[in-house]
Design a protein around this ligand. Structure first.
Ligand code: ZN
Ligand code: ZN
Length: 388
């Protein structure tokens, strides 16, 4: 028999920030509200500053530093560093390196620092409360950050910076609106707790609740409600397959304020080289999953539909072949387009572009036709299964 594993040592700083502060808030805020009442300005400061700290994490820590999904000018980097420091989630270096490990070893109970396979509470908050080996700092995956002066400055002076940023943001606001305690309690304490759990939901619920339209090789999910809570990070299934895209909600209508912020910064000249996964690759992943789900449905419902099972199976496989063919056509077109752009002078590009655009449209129509046929097949199948 092997001896029981010793428990990982408790991380008292994390216990203070993540357990003690919420207890203080739960006592102090209702007590203060009972005796003094909060000003409207204090409530507004809570919501506005929640956005400031959360976007510092999503646009800065996550998409800029952990994934290098775009490039930022120094002024923008400084602003994002200050906003992220205000969120009190450890230094950029520690956070981004750990997050890269999460992507590389997602779901692995030994190596993913916040593996959902160790349960909701562990992925949400437990992984920080003890010094588990899986969460230990290892900056081998972050040579770029080790060479980044701003990142290293923040890492070195992290605690004084946290204090300075809080004083520099909260005190002037409290003074200006004439409700210092209100702003400290709501804009400071309550905002910090909310901002923490908003980020933690990405590690916990975004690996539990929602759909998997792009890949089922990991637990990450797309979830619109969580996207609202997490400033756009709720499209986590897309994010785990295409982590270098500056967008998490990749469709134009998907709610992703972080992507809108980065895009706006690029229009203002503060950010550039926004990385986008080619739409071809996205469609490919999406359609491959649709076929996979169709096949799974077939396996579930197909048993009840004895009659034309063979026909249905054949049709789905034919659809899949047609789909693969269309994708190949698309890839060829894309290649042609790149060659045309390389080889041609400006005027010629326009002619070729127009021609390619038309061909693209045709291919797109064919793809959407495949999708419709597929949905029809699966729906028929379900209806038949229900009828039986
Ligand atoms: Zn994840
Ligand atoms: Zn990520």
């Amino acid at each position: 028999m092997t001896a029981p594993q010793p428990k990982a040592p408790i991380n008292w700083i994390a216990v203070f920030a993540l357990i003690f502060l919420p207890i203080v808030a739960a006592i102090a805020i209702p007590l203060y509200a009972y005796h003094h009442d909060f000003s409207l300005a204090a409530w507004i400061s809570m919501f506005v500053l929640l956005g400031v700290s959360s976007l510092g994490i999503t646009a800065g820590y996550h998409r800029l530093w952990a994934h290098r999904a775009y490039e930022a000018t120094l002024p923008l980097k400084i602003i994002l560093m200050i906003m992220g420091t205000f969120a009190v989630q450890n230094s950029i270096l520690f956070w981004a390196s750990g997050h890269r490990t999460h992507h590389r070893h997602v779901d692995d109970v030994e190596q993913d620092p916040y593996s959902i396979n160790r349960g909701f509470w562990y992925a949400h908050i437990g992984w920080m409360l003890r010094d588990y080996p899986s969460g230990a700092a290892n900056y081998k995956n972050a040579p770029d950050l080790l060479n980044d002066k701003l990142v290293m400055f923040q890492d070195k002076y992290y605690v004084p910076l946290v204090i300075a940023v809080h004083a520099g943001i909260l005190l002037p606001i409290g003074w200006a609106v004439g409700d210092m305690w209100g702003v400290l309690l709501l804009g400071g304490l309550m905002r910090l707790i909310l901002s923490h759990h908003v980020t933690f939901f990405i590690n916990s619920l975004c690996h539990m609740w929602g759909s998997r339209p792009y890949t089922d090789e990991n637990t990450a999910r797309d979830n619109f409600v969580l996207a609202i809570a997490t400033w756009g990070e709720g499209y986590h299934n897309y994010h785990h397959i295409f982590q270098y895209d500056y967008r998490n909600g990749v469709k134009w209508w998907q709610y992703d304020p972080t992507k809108w912020l980065i895009w706006s910064c690029s229009k203002l000249g503060l950010a550039k080289n926004l990385r986008r996964i080619p739409s071809f690759n996205i469609k490919k992943a999406e359609l491959a999953m649709k076929f996979k789900y169709a096949e799974q449905d077939l396996a579930v419902y197909g048993h009840n539909v004895n009659e034309d099972m063979a026909t249905v199976k054949l049709r789905i496989s034919q659809e899949y072949d047609a789909f693969s063919q269309t994708l190949n056509d698309w890839a060829k077109l894309k290649e042609l387009e790149i060659q045309a752009k390389k080889a041609s002078v400006a005027e010629k590009i326009h002619q070729i572009d127009d021609k390619l655009k038309m061909e693209f449209q045709l291919v797109e129509q064919r793809l959407s036709h495949h999708r419709q046929t597929l949905n029809l097949l699966v729906n028929n199948l379900k209806k038949k299964a229900q009828a039986n």
